[in-house]
Design a protein around this ligand. Structure first.
Ligand SMILES: NC(=O)c1ccc[n+]([C@@H]2O[C@H](COP(=O)([O-])OP(=O)(O)OC[C@H]3O[C@@H](n4cnc5c(N)ncnc54)[C@H](OP(=O)(O)O)[C@@H]3O)[C@@H](O)[C@H]2O)c1
Length: 309
């Protein structure tokens, strides 16, 4: 049994008419569930990414059935590659969008063997954090314009409670290696590190771009493909580590839906972290280190300079 949830999308999401959403990793799991809720509530247009075109097509068909007036566009994207992110950003921005209300950085991987992204970064760090930092950077001008013209724009970084595993700073000098020497639980340490970075980056985003509302969330513990596709021992580890937190699949996207749609004035504080559903949560001591936020920001800017703008 997971946490007691009183949130209900049917009652708690207002009509989203006019609003434009962009979500990474919409082809499966929490991202897909979130898109279906946004569509049911009359979003104006939902843009989404992923690698799996077949899943994208089936989602587009499903949205067409439940909400034929909602615009929906898929961008094929491999987030191991800055070039792929740049292509998606160019493709979206070249359509001259007049607004982007909510960017949801949701795509992610968890665990797995040590590896490198196409740009040479630790694979989980590359996909979960760096690719989203790049997309965010490209979308900030439109988000700021939307905030000024529509009254608000929002960035949601889908992190994880696994960020709590990060007990110190970030090993900047090792992030361009596989970090394959972290021992028996190395895959979880690398996952936690990437999710830690998302939270720090969110806090610094809120400081540097105060007209945009930037928050991080832990969506929930829900057995989507990200867990189901892991080897048996890894699944066992997750079961033990998250005992009592697992939520039913249909509730797995509630926190992400809340984050994307709840009116700012009611409950959202930019720079903060929210656990399910809509519960503002204090950062761990290492994550509350403002010097580290700035250090990560500057390091990230340097990495993205080499990207293919
Ligand atoms: N499930 C949980 O219990 C849980 C808990 C805490 C945090 N989270 C976070 O929630 C987010 C969503 O997870 P989920 O449970 O919905 O996982 P999921 O079902 O595995 O979905 C992951 C999504 O990310 C996309 N993705 C993965 N690798 C990609 C790549 N290289 N390039 C582009 N897209 C990629 C996938 O699309 P394609 O396969 O089409 O590429 C898919 O749409 C993740 O950031 C995860 O860390 C999940």
């Amino acid at each position: 049994m997971g946490p007691k949830i009183t949130y209900s999308p049917e009652q708690d999401i207002a009509d989203l008419n006019g609003k434009v959403f962009f979500i990474t990793g919409g082809t499966a799991g929490i991202g897909r569930l979130t898109i279906l809720e946004l569509a049911k509530h009359n979003a104006s247009h939902i843009h989404f990414t992923g690698r799996n075109k077949k899943s994208a097509d089936s989602l587009i068909a499903e949205v067409g059935q439940i909400a034929p007036n909602v615009g929906i566009t898929f961008y094929e994207c491999d987030q191991t590659s800055f070039l792929s992110i740049e292509n998606v950003a160019k493709s979206f921005l070249s359509s001259n969008p007049t607004r982007l209300d909510v960017l949801i950085c949701n795509a992610g991987i968890m665990g797995g063997a040590p590896g490198l992204s196409k740009d040479g970064y630790e694979i989980q760090f590359g996909i979960n954090f760096l690719s989203h930092a790049l997309l965010t950077k490209r979308f900030i001008p439109l988000l700021e314009r939307t905030a000024s013209e529509q009254g608000e724009a929002r960035i949601i970084n889908v992190s994880s409670s696994a960020y709590e595993m990060q007990k110190g700073g970030l090993p900047f000098e090792d992030l361009k290696t596989t970090q394959g020497d972290l021992g028996m639980f190395g895959q979880w340490a690398r996952y936690g590190q990437s999710k830690f970075a998302q939270i720090l980056y969110t806090a610094e985003l809120a400081k540097r771009h105060p007209t945009i509302t930037s928050i991080a969330i832990h969506p929930s513990v829900v057995w989507t493909g990200i867990i189901e596709e892991l080897p048996f021992l890894d699944r066992l580890f997750i079961k033990a580590a998250t005992w009592g937190q697992k939520m039913p699949l249909h509730q797995g996207a509630y926190n992400e839906c809340w984050a994307a749609t709840t009116p700012r004035k009611e409950s959202i504080q930019s720079g903060s972290l929210y656990y399910p559903v809509g519960v503002k949560t204090e950062l761990t001591k290492p994550a509350a280190d403002e010097k580290l936020w700035a250090e990560l920001w500057d390091w990230t800017e340097k990495q993205l300079e080499g990207s293919h703008a």
